[in-house]
Write a protein that binds this ligand. Sequence first.
Ligand SMILES: NC(=O)c1ccc[n+]([C@@H]2O[C@H](COP(=O)([O-])OP(=O)(O)OC[C@H]3O[C@@H](n4cnc5c(N)ncnc54)[C@H](OP(=O)(O)O)[C@@H]3O)[C@@H](O)[C@H]2O)c1
Length: 276
Amino acid sequence: MTSSYGLDGRAAIVTGATRGIGHAVARQLAAAGALVCVTARDPDEVRRTAAELGGVGVAGSVADPGHLRAVVDLALREFGRIDVLVNNAATNLPYGPLMDVDPCAWHEAFAVNVEAPLRLVQCAWRAWMGEHGGAVVNVCTEGAAHVGPDIGAYGTSKAALAHLTQQLAGELGPKVRVNSVSPGLVRTEMARFVWEPGEEAVAAGLPLGRIGEPEDVARAVVWLASDAAEWVTGADLLVDGGTRVRAADPGARGTARPAPYDPQPPTGVVTPPPYP
Ligand SMILES: NC(=O)c1ccc[n+]([C@@H]2O[C@H](COP(=O)([O-])OP(=O)(O)OC[C@H]3O[C@@H](n4cnc5c(N)ncnc54)[C@H](OP(=O)(O)O)[C@@H]3O)[C@@H](O)[C@H]2O)c1
């Protein structure tokens, strides 16, 4: 990372930053010179991550509006500014056909995946960005462009987040840029049950020949958050190893096409993965 990214001394909030993609984003932002404020629900992990990155952190669920206000208050108190906001925390629950989904669980998915990003942008806008400017990056998913078995709540909420990204981009310019990244299958806990049983087959079916690493997505997030993307807003950057275009890969290295690349359990699986 070089100083051309313009992140030296800037302050960034990253939700869900104790592992996986959020952790890689926070690490790369810190390496680019940014001051980072991290969040997640597990307080020990938040403390550990904040210490590791020389930043600050606050534990809580993004579904709690009071937690989101506390995050913005902390960043402003410690850093005096909030230049970058990365809405990364998400849930892939509830699983199952939508006719069986408990509306309360559906509401929770939207509270975490859609409402929280909006609330956090509102807090950051009112506290700092509305006057001084900034950049927001929302983590969506390549899978939001498709339907699939048992992931109706996740897919619908992420599609809403993609729409929210564009709406906010139009409303908040020229002060604040709002973009999203849409990862394909990435080696994280959330998606372990997808990649662990058949990584080789999945990788062979991708034009770029491997599944994603958190750092692949983080580089895209950091670029969108940086001055290098100063004329980019309302964009969705696919970081998917060619998932979206794999139908045109003639041989797919001689293997069968893999299942859709998204954090979803195989059809019929009733026990959710470790991700709560
Ligand atoms: N991995 C993939 O293949 C993939 C593909 C497409 C999109 N994505 C998206 O990428 C983002 C990151 O996913 P990941 O795969 O990196 O997941 P992960 O490895 O499970 O990490 C999730 C992070 O978010 C935190 N978190 C979860 N729920 C939270 C909540 N309600 N409030 C605050 N923090 C919360 C977790 O810590 P705690 O558990 O302590 O809260 C953890 O730090 C998500 O938006 C996901 O939808 C992932």
